[in-house]
Design a binder for this molecule. Sequence first.
Ligand SMILES: [Zn+2]
Ligand SMILES: [Zn+2]
Length: 257
Amino acid sequence: MTAKKSKLVVTENVEQAYQKYRQLKLEVDDWLRERGSYWLASLSLNEESPYLPIVDLPQDAIIELWQRLNISAKAEIADSTLREMWEQLNLGKTAMDPEMATRLQMAVSGVAKLASQTVNEKGVPEQKYNPRASESPGKNVVVCPVCDEISTLAVLIEPDGKRMMHCTTCNFEWPVQRTGCLFCGSEDSKKLLYLDNEAFPGIEMGVCEVCGQYFKEIDGRRLYAADYFWEDMRTLSLNYATERWIEEQVRKDNQIN
Ligand SMILES: [Zn+2]
Ligand SMILES: [Zn+2]
């Protein structure tokens, strides 16, 4: 701990949220087992990253899984309505019932997992993931090489704490520089603060004073997580606390100057 501890507001309904999430997650896993190989055959990956951006995922696969999740939540609606909602969303109109939006998000993520699975099976050379942000500032190491979504979750893995980025959308993992800021590539250790909270052992929030951005770092040697998406969700209060901490620092700096 090199900086202040953040004060935490614990969400009471984490358990309830987990039960809902788990039910959907099991449904996604069943779909992947039953329908994964069928849809895998229709995926075509790009030669270069991003190998399969979210926007290029097969719409029919997303609708199929989305509907399956709706049925499981007893909220089935016509496929044609889902297609319309999906098109509206792509046009930037985002008004949707939050539960419906969560199921869509999980459907997109489920289909994206097929892409990351394929990339993992093909084995893409590591250096393509641009391990050092400072060497190529134009290309961001936090952007997933498979689905093109931004990840703010890093994991230190066994045995020696090698740092990997973990994409909470498609599950892909890629190695990144071991130290420094993941956003701007700054290697100045005095400008990278780590915040933690005793309620969340094994998790630190890295805050960069150079670029003002933050990321979550899970030490996989201390904290085993079978599902990093849930681990990230479960600990969202750390993100909020970090954002408040950054705002507070900015406010103090403005008072001094
Ligand atoms: Zn991804
Ligand atoms: Zn930075």
